[in-house]
Design a protein around this ligand. Structure first.
Ligand SMILES: NC(=O)c1ccc[n+]([C@@H]2O[C@H](COP(=O)([O-])OP(=O)(O)OC[C@H]3O[C@@H](n4cnc5c(N)ncnc54)[C@H](O)[C@@H]3O)[C@@H](O)[C@H]2O)c1
Ligand SMILES: O=c1ccn([C@@H]2O[C@H](COP(=O)(O)OP(=O)(O)O[C@H]3O[C@H](CO)[C@@H](O)[C@H](O)[C@H]3O)[C@@H](O)[C@H]2O)c(=O)[nH]1
Length: 481
């Protein structure tokens, strides 16, 4: 029986390995992590991450051919294939701070593999890493190998949170990069045969190592660039009376452009897009390509612009101040169907409103009060002074923020509502009831274009929808940045 060990039981390691275990009953999978609470949660009824369909998959194979453990060394030693799916965040200190990927966790995992291995292994890069990382990992492994042979493969993950199980069941493609040597090709075939249990052959692409590593960064950069492009258009739509949804639909009908990933929003979030583009920017700079770096940096600049544009719109619409005004925040996660708040645009929007002394009442169906408080206390990265960054650990809660477990409770007595995540339930709320319980004039700022603006206007709301023709009220308010 082939044995797989995955180092890192996070958003990628957990779901990916659960699906491999489900689809490959002849393979034994052990997911290991240094975090005891995480592993305890994977072994309980309350999994550490919320992902539709995940509970069901885990229940079907946990204890049969998938196990979760903190005994990293034992399971790495026993495995034929070791996936490394540890976090690779942006560096916050030292050389490349604010841009380069922090490979501390990766390096530590590689050293563990080198230390404990007693048999040949295939080591699979599942984490998103800078192009050429495999070369560095190879060096760590071969310098400590005691004669054991390692083959490094790059097998980046393309799942999106909220649809992880669907994406893993039916991936657009699986990408495997390896050395162009007979041993490298053999390793590629071994990993291919794992995925071939359920992924059609023509969807398993094989390339050299560097192409696979770079394709992951390129895919995220292209996806994020589409969102920044449509968000840039949304500003022009508001200025001209065009409707961004109509523009997206019209351009998406061109088969060369395609309809997906063209929804204008308050900005993209999530743990990947910003981090991976910064990483790409850094790699370009290190390779003497400042123009290319500048091109990709613009994707992030527009994203930041979109978030501050939204905050400015809220403040300017409400008579140029939100000081001591109660604002209901509906949605805090970076997208629907996840409880993940990493880099969520809600953090910047809330901080912007708090900066103008607003009082926030936040509701998200999947995010806890503790998480929201931690996110709002965390200091934002200072781009101009990267070396001065000190990620603060939370000392006390942000006083002007309260968290409720109900949208109606959050909006009671509010002057305005900001919709920051596209949770389905926000489409079907009883907005008449909400309106009756709010201060007047009552505002809705829809950062995800989920509400029917005309219906809400009929109720009496003043509505701002991203990239849509403006209310007469909003047109009369002072111009925004
Ligand atoms: N989240 C996504 O949707 C997504 C999608 C595709 C790719 N990725 C990439 O996959 C990687 C993992 O992302 P994630 O969201 O799963 O991260 P995560 O933070 O949820 O999980 C990483 C886990 O690795 C563990 N870990 C770190 N060092 C370890 C070590 N030396 N030994 C054992 N365990 C260790 C951590 O405790 C943590 O539980 C990143 O490189 C990310 O860019 C993420
Ligand atoms: O038209 C769109 C599509 C998305 N978003 C926003 O973009 C962000 C990212 O969304 P999405 O890409 O769906 O989720 P992620 O889980 O971040 O997945 C991305 O990042 C992963 C990590 O690298 C990759 O594996 C996935 O392929 C890639 O889609 C979210 O804030 C979305 O609300 C928009 O604003 N408009």
């Amino acid at each position: 029986m082939v044995k797989i060990c995955c180092i890192g039981a996070g958003y990628v390691g957990g779901p990916t390995m659960a699906v491999i275990a489900l689809k490959c009953p002849d393979i034994e999978v052990v997911v290991v992590d240094i975090s005891e609470p995480r592993i305890a949660a994977w072994n309980s009824d309350q999994l550490p991450i919320y992902e539709p369909g995940l509970d069901d998959v885990v229940k079907q194979c946990r204890g049969k051919n998938i196990f979760f453990s903190t005994d990293v060394e034992k399971h790495v030693a026993e495995a034929d294939i070791v996936f490394v799916s540890v976090n690779t965040p942006t560096k916050t200190q030292g050389l490349g701070a604010g841009k380069a990927a922090d490979l501390t966790y990766w390096e530590s995992a590689a050293r563990t593999i080198a230390d404990v291995s007693k048999s040949d292994k295939i080591v699979v890069e599942k984490s998103t890493v800078p192009v050429k990382t495999a070369e560095a990992i190879e060096k760590i492994l071969t310098h400590n190998s005691k004669g054991i042979k390692f083959q490094i493969l790059s097998n980046p993950e393309f799942l999106a949170e909220g649809t992880a199980i669907e994406d893993l069941f039916q991936p657009d493609r699986v990408l495997i990069g390896g050395r162009e040597t007979p041993e490298g090709q053999k390793a590629i075939q071994a990993l291919k045969s794992v995925y071939a249990h359920w992924v059609p052959e023509d969807r398993i692409l094989t390339t050299n190592l560097w192409s696979a590593e770079l394709s992951k960064l390129a895919a995220n950069a292209f996806l994020a660039q589409r969102i920044s492009s449509v968000n840039a258009m949304s500003a022009l739509c508001e200025a001209t009376g065009a409707d961004v949804a109509e523009v997206s639909y019209a351009i998406g009908k061109d088969s060369r452009i395609g309809p997906k990933f063209l929804s204008s929003s308050v900005g993209f979030g999530g743990s990947c897009f910003q981090k991976d583009i910064l990483n790409l920017v850094y790699i370009c700079e290190c390779n003497g390509l400042p123009e290319v770096a500048e091109y990709w940096k613009q994707v992030i600049k527009i994203n930041d612009y979109q978030k501050s544009r939204f905050v400015n719109r809220v403040v300017s619409s409400m008579f140029n101040t939100v000081s001591q005004k109660k604002i209901a925040i509906l949605g805090f996660a970076f997208k629907k169907d996840t409880g993940d708040t990493r880099e969520t645009p809600a953090i910047d929007v809330c901080k912007g409103l708090l900066g103008d002394k607003a009082i926030l009442n936040i509701y998200d169906p999947q995010v806890t009060e503790d998480q929201i408080q931690r996110d709002l206390i965390m200091k934002k990265f200072d781009w101009d002074h990267p070396l001065h960054l000190q990620p603060k650990s939370p000392k006390s809660a942000v006083k002007q923020v309260s968290v409720t477990w109900d949208a109606y409770e959050a909006t009671k007595g509010a002057h305005g509502i900001c919709i920051l995540t596209e949770w389905d339930e926000f489409r079907t709320l009883d907005y008449k009831k909400i309106f009756d319980n709010m201060q007047k004039p009552a505002f809705v700022f829809d950062g995800r274009n989920v509400v029917n603006a005309d219906e809400l206007r009929r109720i009496g709301f003043i509505v701002y929808s991203i990239g849509k023709p403006l209310d007469a009220w909003l047109k009369d308010m002072p111009a925004i940045a």
